[in-house]
Design a protein around this ligand. Structure first.
Ligand code: PAF
Length: 280
């Protein structure tokens, strides 16, 4: 495993691998790696890819400067975690490498960026599109791997690839959970012990909502989830929406034939966690 900090040597290593007949798999991350990231890498390994993992805390996707400042960073532990998983290159660029000049591009991600995360984190998905398009340009992967925990991000990235007409297969990988049900996330390490103990409540409420699907309307489930989260002394609901998994339009009736997914964002004090569940 080789650490590379600049784009030209990255491109050289990737083109050498391609000449040897390898397919290139990119796993973009912001570091603070956990088993969820490792599962993306394992999927790339199963596909036989030459694996490039990028670690870059992308400033343009943070609409809140405090959130950017407190985002966990620990490169030494990240590098240690990557050993033994078939990763060939860890790309760790500085901000100036990815943004030698300010990126003023505005992507048309509508309507996917108008709801849920997009509504509560204005500009977030444009920033994601900026960095992901730059990473795609630098690495030119055959496949790129993203977690389904960031469900809306995955939909946005598929749209981006479509719009830019890129020949990159986007692979969404299942949510990896702690034993108590909490979806793995880099932000979990920011939780206090008390908040961490409370956090599995989010998944438990989603599971309860799914179990009640046959007896409640989507709107009734929305009200149930709101009450169950807001009644918890440490939690405040930002949103819970049941949407179709392609266009992310609200589901008002179970008769709708689309695949339906319930997406949630919850504040535990200043830490914000997201999760989702399919309503099959
Ligand atoms: O999901 C993430 O960690 C980030 O949004 C991504 C895709 C690496 C872009 O910065």
């Amino acid at each position: 495993m080789k650490q590379i900090n600049h784009i030209p040597p990255l491109q050289k290593a990737v083109s050498d691998a391609r000449e040897k007949g390898k397919t290139i798999g990119l796993v973009p991350t912001m570091g603070a790696l956990h088993k969820g990231h490792i599962s993306l890498i394992n999927t790339a390994e199963k596909n036989g890819d030459f694996i490039v993992v990028s670690i870059f805390v992308n400033p343009t996707q943070f609409n809140n400067p405090d959130d950017l400042a407190r985002y966990p960073r620990d490169l030494v532990s990240d590098l240690r975690m990557l050993v033994g998983h078939g990763v060939e290159i860890v790309f760790v660029p500085a901000v100036e490498e990815m943004y030698p000049e300010a990126d003023t591009r505005q992507f048309d991600l509508s309507p996917l960026d108008q709801v849920m995360e997009g509504k509560f984190r204005p500009g977030h998905f444009n920033g994601v599109a900026q960095i992901v398009s730059r990473l795609f340009e630098a690495v030119q992967p055959d496949r790129a791997y993203f977690g389904q925990k960031d469900f809306q991000q995955l939909a946005v990235i598929r749209k981006l690839v479509d719009q830019l007409n890129l020949d990159i297969e986007i692979i969404g990988c299942p949510i990896i959970r702690e034993a108590d049900g909490l979806a793995m996330s880099s932000r979990n390490q920011l939780l206090t012990p008390e908040q961490r103990a409370a956090a599995p409540h989010i998944h438990a409420v989603l599971q309860k909502a799914r179990a009640l699907k046959n007896s409640r309307s989507p709107r009734e489930l929305q009200a149930m989830v709101k009450e169950a989260i807001n009644n918890h002394p440490l939690m405040q609901l930002e949103y819970f929406e049941i949407v179709d998994d392609q266009e992310l339009k609200p589901i008002v009736s179970w008769d709708n034939s689309a695949n339906k997914v319930g997406c949630i964002a919850v504040h535990l004090s200043e830490i914000r966690l997201i999760d989702n569940i399919y309503f099959h």
